[in-house]
Design a protein around this ligand. Structure first.
Ligand code: GLV
Ligand code: MN
Ligand code: MN
Length: 433
């Protein structure tokens, strides 16, 4: 098909959607086999599995004719030049992340990268000539699981990388600077990872919803309006380790019971919040961690998000204040460190409209929804028009190996992304209203 307008107007049969979804799922299954922990999906930033995933996805990119490179923060980039006046053409950025949480599903992030590859494949198959370049980005540090950083790889692309991140350490004491160097990245060249916004049309990210709304509405796709702001902290409680048989209850300074009280406070503050406020203590290390020793020290994390900034900031103040009181009453030292603070992020109106037109062209109701999860689009929006399209998640489950979307829904998502690229191409040529 050589007429791009024609290829973006007809509804897709469910067989065609399933075929496209099956193609995506086949690649996602292969990517999910690249893991640091056999039997489950673990692929954290700069791990051996991350390196192997770059080799795998980079090979697929080269197979599609993309020119690939890995930038100074280990983002894999695959570029297809414009078919028309490539010297002056702008670039449309597409993608998501290939790092995962621990014991992850197969779709979070990876879908957006694979969908970018399938856009290139479909553009070639349909014989479309694009007036802009495509660059498919596979970020490595979206989840912030290994290091306490905030969307660091996408921040490098927008020129908002913070060099103090290089000093943060993983649980084994390895600094981010050391891990990047081991990975073969030259941290002196991080500035060169920046993409000049003057040459960029925008950022498109296809992602699973990771929540229950689309399923509740009976819709496969939804256009994202904004992304919830998030703050992430680590905190410590310092008590006194002691013999579990000899230290009487009234003389204990037990860091774990202090943590228990603080975690319940976090839950209570979260429940009382507005604008979808959520607050989570997600990781707790108990030291020294022996069954016959009163816990002397706690190292834990706190994650707070909301659809607007004010409720999040109010909740942080309340939790900090109440945790300090609990710790003081129990004779515990308390320290809270903020690592990540990303404000609520609206998506670009024009790109939302482009996604909406593509969803409508598939004969689907257009629904809009906010995102509670964080995404690379939050960092990309600092420099470029950015938008996201969500694919329905089964039972709203994510960050869990049961994360699943049907092949038909995935196929519709990929087709909507393809059509959005065709739509933007048509507009760039001045041919559509
Ligand atoms: C990323 O998935 C996040 O929202 O934590
Ligand atoms: Mn994600
Ligand atoms: Mn995630």
């Amino acid at each position: 098909m050589t007429n791009p307008a024609a290829s973006r107007s007809a509804p897709l049969t469910s067989d065609a959607a399933r075929a496209l979804g099956d193609r995506a799922q086949g690649l996602l299954d292969q990517l999910a086999r690249v893991t640091d922990e056999p039997g489950r999906v673990d692929r954290t930033y700069l791990s051996p599995a991350h390196a192997r995933s770059i080799d795998l996805v980079g090979g697929w990119m080269r197979g599609l004719g993309l020119a690939t490179r890995v930038d100074a923060v280990a983002t894999l980039r695959g570029r297809r030049e414009a078919d028309v006046t490539p010297e002056t053409a702008k670039t449309l950025l597409i993608g998501s992340h290939i790092d995962t949480v621990l014991d992850a599903g197969k779709l979070d992030g990876c879908l957006g990268v694979i969908a970018g590859l399938l856009v290139v494949e479909e553009i070639e198959k349909r014989g479309v000539k694009l007036p802009f370049a495509l660059e498919i980005l596979a970020f490595g540090d979206e989840e912030g699981v290994r290091f306490p950083t905030a969307l660091s790889s996408s921040s490098a692309v927008t020129g908002t990388y913070r060099r103090e991140w290089l000093e943060v350490r993983d649980r084994d004491g390895r600094s981010l600077a050391e891990a990047l160097a081991d990975f073969g990245c030259d941290t002196a060249r991080i500035d060169e990872a920046r993409i000049d916004p003057a040459g960029v049309i925008g950022w498109l990210e296809l992602h699973i919803e990771q929540g229950p709304l689309l399923e509740h509405w009976g819709l496969p796709l939804g256009v994202v309006t904004s992304i919830a702001g998030q703050s992430r902290f680590s905190f410590t409680l310092q008590g006194v380790a002691g013999h579990a048989g000899t230290v009487p209850m009234e003389l204990r300074r037990d860091a774990l019971t202090g943590l228990a009280e603080i975690a319940l406070t976090v839950e209570r503050v979260g429940r009382q919040g507005t604008n979808g406020l959520v607050a989570t203590v997600g990781r707790v290390d108990v030291k020294p961690g022996a069954g016959n020793t009163v816990p002397g020290r706690i190292e834990a994390t706190l994650d707070i998000r909301a659809g607007a900034d004010a409720p999040r900031l109010v909740a942080i103040d309340r939790i900090r204040h109440e945790a300090e009181r609990i710790a003081a009453r129990r004779g515990l030292g308390f320290e809270l460190h903020r690592h990540i603070d990303v404000p609520t992020c609206p998506m670009d109106d024009d790109l939302q409209a482009a996604f909406a037109r593509s969803v409508a062209s598939l004969d689907l109701d257009v629904r809009r929804l906010p995102s509670g999860a964080g995404h690379d689009a939050m960092a990309m929006a600092r420099a470029f028009p950015a938008a996201m399209l969500f694919v329905r998640s089964k039972d709203g489950i994510s960050h869990n190996p049961r994360e699943w979307s049907s092949p038909e829904d995935i196929g519709l998502g990929v087709e909507a992304l393809v059509r959005t690229v065709l739509d933007l191409a048509e507009r760039a040529r001045g041919g559509a209203t």
